[in-house]
Design a protein around this ligand. Structure first.
Ligand SMILES: Nc1ncnc2c1ncn2[C@@H]1O[C@H](COP(=O)(O)OP(=O)(O)O)[C@@H](O)[C@H]1O
Ligand SMILES: N[C@@H](CC(=O)OP(=O)(O)O)C(=O)O
Length: 441
């Protein structure tokens, strides 16, 4: 059994959906095909939810109308028979009728989650209609029947596995199963989701519970690049990464992968491949337990919107138990820390979730003087045992010498060096690191 996940860019145009159909029918291996919403759809649904939450019903109505028109055009280009088109139109109209009904009722967070789920429901149903039109045998597998998260929003692997295996057992002879990425049920049995970009996570969770042969993430680029191709000139795909390297890159901003999508595959040692739907023969990136191979810098990623907190106290570090008190405050507000450095009189740490910043700083002020800086970026340089490579830190520091460094984290893991810079310097710093650390001759 293999898992093939196709992102929004791979299903966002009718001709690309046809390519996806060709790719999933190339071999006879049993496969679960996980689809995201058409590119742009989840953003549009988020915008509809925002209009509704601020009481702007007319605005929401216009946004629903314009998305509806997009789908009407899409199905006409996707399908060729009158029967196929009629079926697709009926699906589209049902989902947009639902959105229009929501306009008339009072809005809340649970309804918002229902709105966000429409994208993946539409893409999978339209794709399934295309398969039916072309007489490709396949089973439609509703993710809401097996994908679930607990009261801490964590996937419940045991239950997912049990439910999914029970459903699959009723189709012993079928080879192609189509399901939705991103969406799930929560502990209240309401529709929920795995957070933005979460279809990769769906694929990896399924791959893990079924001990799949591989999880393939099909997207619009030929694998994980050594730097962010959206902002850096001259980047190249990396053929091989270890799970740890890939997890660090995803966590620190490499948009090609959802940050949580590595651990499920890693826990069952299922290889993950990043492949290009538009160029299926390209090698892509293979992520396994043994990415080890060559020592050295492999890639750079960056995470924006970081907040740094400095706690200064002359009574501090020599007093044992001080760090525990600081960490307990973050634990109380379920807020995780990314980077941390300490000195004799101060601790600096970074957060990307500032939902509870006010409460956290109020409590930290009881321990010392607190300074808060916003709009920072963490740049993460990842590679196998990079600390063993001579001069690596020198090269990194030399490359970014023109930018003030707010924090440097070295030694926390042998795979990673992290720098904290002002967000306005991020793009330039990424380019300078690319020039200083990689050879493009
Ligand atoms: N290090 C990186 N390597 C490859 N792609 C990256 C990297 N950092 C950012 N990206 C961006 O990630 C995009 C693919 O992710 P995404 O848009 O979520 O695709 P999909 O719609 O298939 O889920 C690429 O088009 C690329 O611009
Ligand atoms: N459609 C969802 C889930 C997702 O994973 O999308 P993509 O695979 O296009 O990043 C989102 O946009 O967040």
């Amino acid at each position: 059994m293999k898992i093939m996940k196709f992102g929004g860019t791979s299903v966002g145009r009718p001709e690309r959906m046809h390519q996806v159909k060709d790719l999933i029918t190339l071999d006879n291996e049993k496969k679960i095909v996980v689809l995201s919403a058409l590119s742009g759809t989840t953003n549009a649904l988020v915008a509809i939810g925002e209009s509704l939450s601020s009481g702007k019903k007319e605005e929401a109505k216009e946004k629903i109308q314009s998305l509806h028109e997009h789908y009407i055009q899409f199905h006409q280009d996707l399908l060729s028979t009158e029967a196929g088109k009629a079926k697709a139109l009926q699906i589209i109209n049902e989902h947009f009728e639902f959105l229009n009904i929501i306009l008339k009722i009072s809005f809340n967070e649970a309804i918002n989650k229902d709105i966000l789920a429409q994208g993946e429901l539409l893409s999978t149903k339209l794709f399934y209609t295309l398969l039916q039109e072309d007489e490709v045998p396949a089973v439609f597998l509703p993710a809401l029947e097996f994908m679930c998260i607990d009261e801490n929003d964590e996937p419940n692997l045991g239950r997912i596995g049990e439910k999914l295996k029970a459903i699959l057992a009723s189709y012993p002879n079928e080879t192609v199963f189509i399901t939705q990425g991103y969406i799930c049920k929560n502990h209240l049995n309401e529709v929920d989701n795995l957070k933005r970009g979460g279809s990769d996570y769906t694929a990896s969770l399924i791959g893990s519970v079924l001990s799949a042969s591989v999880v393939e993430i099909w997207t619009d680029i030929d694998g994980m690049h050594n730097n962010d191709p959206r902002v850096v000139d001259q980047t190249r795909p990396i053929a091989q990464l270890s799970f740890d390297e890939a997890a660090e890159l995803a966590y620190f901003g490499a948009k090609i992968l959802h940050p949580a999508s590595i651990w499920p595959a890693q826990s069952h040692n299922v290889p993950v491949k990043l492949l290009n739907t538009m160029e299926p023969s390209a090698q892509g990136t293979t992520i396994t337990g043994e990415g080890e191979g060559s020592v050295g810098v492999k890639a750079i990623a960056a995470k924006d919107g970081i907040t740094a907190i400095k706690i200064k106290s002359s009574r501090m570090l020599l007093a044992h138990g001080f760090l525990r008190k600081v960490f307990e405050i973050f634990e109380k507000y379920k807020t995780s820390i990314d980077m941390i450095t300490t000195s004799e009189v101060a601790i600096s740490l970074t957060l990307d979730d500032i939902t509870h910043l006010k409460e956290i700083t109020a409590e930290l002020q009881k321990l010392g003087k607190v300074e808060v800086d916003h709009y920072l970026s963490i740049i993460c340089i990842v590679g196998n045992s990079i600390m063993e490579e001579k001069q690596v830190l020198n090269k990194i520091i030399d490359s970014v010498e023109e930018f003030p460094l707010r924090m440097v984290s070295y030694g926390g893991s042998k795979h990673n060096v992290s720098l904290l810079v002002d967000g306005k310097h991020k793009n330039q710093a990424l380019q300078c690191l690319n020039n200083g650390l990689f050879d493009f001759k």
